[in-house]
Design a protein around this ligand. Structure first.
Ligand code: HEM
Ligand SMILES: [Ca+2]
Length: 789
């Protein structure tokens, strides 16, 4: 009894002391938080367990942020009390978007690397690059075996990703040089694994250093390549810079080698994962239409385009023998090869005796401060949503797309404005009548429904430019062009933040990350925020869209009384010749509005996972396998690590997944800790009133938050910070625009005369019945507000 009393007293004493420390030290402003018991907070289907009730505000220097924005919290010794955040629970963060605290940084500075080690690493790095390049150059002597044949399905893949140009190639070699230097420093034990992983190498200059761009006086217009957006970090978000990371990478050598299973054994082949887990199956969304999917790809192409290694002459590297009959022998494989192995008993490819799917790794971007470190992959697009895929990301490309009068060049097809025709080299079909179209990014022909959006935006540019020109007769053609571009970029951003993201992420996440447009100007610009895409966003989360694609496009004709044509999607990949048929574009637009999007789940149409880019072949390439392999190529961490990052419990047993997935997962992966991010993300149930599960939703919300806060030219940012700010009156006009207005104003008008007000919802959603294009329910912007006084 006595013992019992003293234990009880000790317990009470400890609890009081803990509460005292907590209230006074950890969580100084507790206010109403204690009144509510929030020790378990429900979020969608999941539970966050926090030991203590959330603070109403954070201790000194701490900021309350969503967990995904404070990677330090997943480190074991990290101290991050929970806090209230816009109706949800965040954490007090002291490192903010950094993996390591200030104290860690200063500890690192005291163990500087010796000049001898640095010198030796530079020397070794140059030797290694010369060797690699020489071997790669020799492969061209066997070009019949080492380059991809134009008739192979892999050629369509090459057309989708390649952005070969001289600048990217030079920078890519610079990226390799600095990577080799990091590898050498690691081998000499001049830097530890931890230092590498946490990015403590920033004061270690590598052998390659690119002079920073010169940013002249503040321009009213965004630069073409995205440079100089942030005057202090002039390359942030620019073309050919690296994808950043939310978590340290998982490379098996800590620098670039693709990850292995936790046991040290090889991971299951990406094709095996795809063919076991990502089956075909139709699950139409009850509300969203295919336009939602299509606009998602249009956004993705603006901001994300991994630059894949090419042969010295710019051709596509082949890592497979005889178009996939086998792997190429290792002596003929380029250093960037990571072919996907296909088992002989593969249910699909086995029929055609295919044992290999071509896969070439993404180039490495040198860091902007010349530092060495683990590999970061190169983005061939400007990271900002700035319509770089419409206007191009270089001066040369832009001038090839421009026309007199501030217009974009078009092809006048019997009175219909289409994007300019290209040489047929961008087409998979070489048939008579084949036509492919120019775009700013060279893959606007990837699927015909994407070409339609390129056409709408090209026409909108010319529509606005003509009107601005008439309103402002004193403007020269350059002013007309740049002003029009500025307006279109704003309109595009508005549609993303006002219409697309809220449906994707659901109301709670939109609120937590404050992603909705403001009433007037936004004062959210933060010069410390790096807007660059995260590898996790680009190589996994944003690829959720591949699950939303339907294997067929339904071409609808009201005049012909319903579905007029049903097209299997591989037939219209890099084959957009139907765009030249007078009725086609209107009918496809009606189809995209009426046809259901597929839900986000572990189902992917065979049009992408078996027949993509098949051309004349009975088989194509598997996009699901490619996504998984790309995640490993980019060093993405495992799914469980990102669950931790966003505040969810990791899975310890396969049985914790839904029964349908558990068995399949355990038949391919050794343990839950091996699951690839893209696969795990697709298996999650969507958040409330959203389309995605919580892991992808958080990664995407973080990205669009940074694309807003870290973009000085964001359309809503106020004149104090934004050199291209609109007047309040103009901003009001821009905020009237919806995708439905763009469709109505730029349709052919042959068959499309009415449109649902909410362009991403099906017309059978109550309140979204089509209205005539002239209806005031589809607001227009009044361009007279852009007349200069
Ligand atoms: C409509 C049919 C589509 C096709 C045929 C297609 C095809 C492809 C291909 C071939 C790649 C390159 C894969 C690689 O090598 O890593 C890719 C990448 C990607 N796709 Fe799709 N895709 C489609 C739709 C979508 C949609 C709807 C979205 C998003 C909502 C999307 C988002 C992405 C993203 C973010 C990437 C990575 C881009 C990069 O950084 O390289 N795609 N897609
Ligand atoms: Ca861009």
């Amino acid at each position: 009894m006595c013992l019992y009393n003293s234990v009880l007293r000790l317990f009470v004493y400890n609890s009081v002391l803990r509460l005292f420390v907590y209230v006074v030290v950890v969580c100084p402003v507790l206010l109403s938080a204690l009144a509510r018991d929030s020790s378990v907070v429900t979020h969608g289907q999941e539970h966050y367990h926090t030991k203590d009730p959330p603070c109403a505000s954070c201790p000194r220097l701490g900021r309350c942020v969503p967990k995904v924005q404070c990677p330090a919290h997943v480190r074991s010794r990290s101290y991050n009390p929970a806090c209230h955040l816009e109706g949800s629970v965040g954490i007090c963060c002291f490192t903010f978007r950094e993996h390591a605290a200030e104290s860690d940084h200063s500890a690192r500075a005291s163990t500087a690397i010796s000049a001898d080690d640095v010198k030796a690493s530079h020397q070794k790095s140059r030797q290694t690059l010369a060797q690699w390049m020489s071997i790669a150059g020799k492969l061209l002597e066997h070009s019949a075996r080492t380059l991809v044949n134009r008739t192979s399905p892999s050629y369509g893949h090459h057309l989708s990703v390649v952005t070969h140009d001289a600048r990217a190639a030079t920078l890519g070699q610079g990226g390799l040089l600095n990577l080799f230097a990091a590898q050498e420093l690691k081998a000499r034990q001049a830097i530890s694994d931890d230092e590498l992983a946490l990015g403590f190498t920033e004061h270690t200059d590598g052998p390659f250093c690119l002079p920073p761009p010169t940013c002249s006086s503040p321009s009213r217009y965004r630069s073409i390549g995205g440079e100089c957006n942030n005057p202090t970090h002039s390359t942030w978000g620019a073309i050919h810079t690296g994808f950043e990371r939310l978590l340290p990478p998982d490379y098996s050598d800590g620098t670039w080698a693709m990850r292995t299973a936790k046991s040290g054994l090889p991971l299951p082949s990406a094709r095996r994962v795809s063919s076991t887990l990502l089956l075909d199956g139709s699950h139409p969304s009850s509300a969203h239409n295919l336009m939602f999917m299509q606009f998602g790809q249009f956004i993705a192409h603006d901001i994300s385009a991994g630059v894949v290694f090419t042969a010295d002459n710019g051709s596509a590297i082949s890592c497979c023998a005889n178009d996939g009959e086998d792997l190429l022998p290792s002596e003929l494989q380029h250093f960037a090869c990571a072919p996907i192995e296909v088992a002989p008993d593969d249910l699909f490819y086995g029929q055609f005796q295919r044992k290999c799917i071509n896969f070439v790794r993404t180039q490495i971007a040198p860091a902007d401060d010349c530092s060495v470190g683990y590999a970061k992959q190169m983005n061939g697009a400007t990271h900002y949503p700035d319509l770089s895929h419409l206007y191009g990301s270089s001066e040369e490309k832009l001038s090839s797309l421009r026309e007199a009068g501030g217009l974009l060049r078009t092809f006048n097809d019997f009175g219909r404005e289409l994007p300019p025709l290209t040489e047929r080299k961008e087409c998979l079909s070489m048939k008579e009548g084949a036509a492919c179209f120019e775009s700013g990014d060279a893959h606007g022909n990837q699927i015909i429904s994407l070409t339609v959006l390129h056409t709408i935006f090209t026409r909108e540019h010319n529509r606005v430019a003509r009107e601005l020109s008439a309103l402002n007769p004193g403007w020269d053609e350059d002013t007309v062009f740049w002003e029009t571009r500025r307006i279109l970029q704003a309109v595009f951003q508005h549609i993303i933040y006002n219409e697309w993201l809220p449906l994707l992420l659901g109301p709670q996440i939109i609120k937590t990350f404050q992603l909705l447009p403001s009433e007037g100007y936004s004062s959210s610009y933060d010069p410390h925020v790096n807007p660059s895409l995260s590898a996790e966003f680009s190589a996994a989360a944003m690829r959720f869209g591949h699950s939303t694609v339907d294997g067929r496009l339904m071409i609808q004709s009201p005049k012909m009384g319903g579905v007029y044509e049903s097209i299997s999607i591989p037939e219209v990949m890099f084959q957009p010749a139907r765009m030249r048929l007078r009725h086609f574009m209107d009918r496809l637009l009606i189809g995209l509005s009426h046809q259901a999007m597929q839900t986000v789940d572990p189902f992917v149409t065979e049009g992408l996972s078996r027949y993509m880019f098949h051309g004349g072949n009975p088989y194509g390439v598997d996009l699901a396998a490619i996504n998984i392999q790309r995640g490993r190529d980019h060093g993405l961490n495992t799914y469980n690590q990102y669950r931790r990052l966003v505040g969810l419990e990791p899975y310890t047993e396969f049985q914790q997944f839904a029964p349908s997935a558990a068995q399949r997962l355990s038949s391919v992966y050794e343990r839950p800790d091996d699951i690839d991010l893209w696969v795990g993300g697709l298996l999650e149930e969507p958040v409330d009133h959203g389309i995605l599960g919580p892991t992808f939703a958080n990664i995407i919300a973080d990205q669009f938050d940074r694309l807003k806060k870290g973009d000085r030219f964001f359309y809503e940012h106020e004149p104090g910070v934004n050199p291209g700010a609109f007047t309040t009156v103009q901003l009001l006009e821009i905020k009237k625009v919806t995708l439905s207005r763009l469709i109505c104003d730029n349709r052919d008008g042959v068959e499309l005369s009415s449109q649902s007000p909410a362009a991403f919802l099906r017309p059978d959603v109550p309140g979204n019945e089509p209205v005539p294009c002239e209806s005031p329910r589809i607001l227009s912007m009044d361009l007279s507000k852009f007349k200069e006084n």
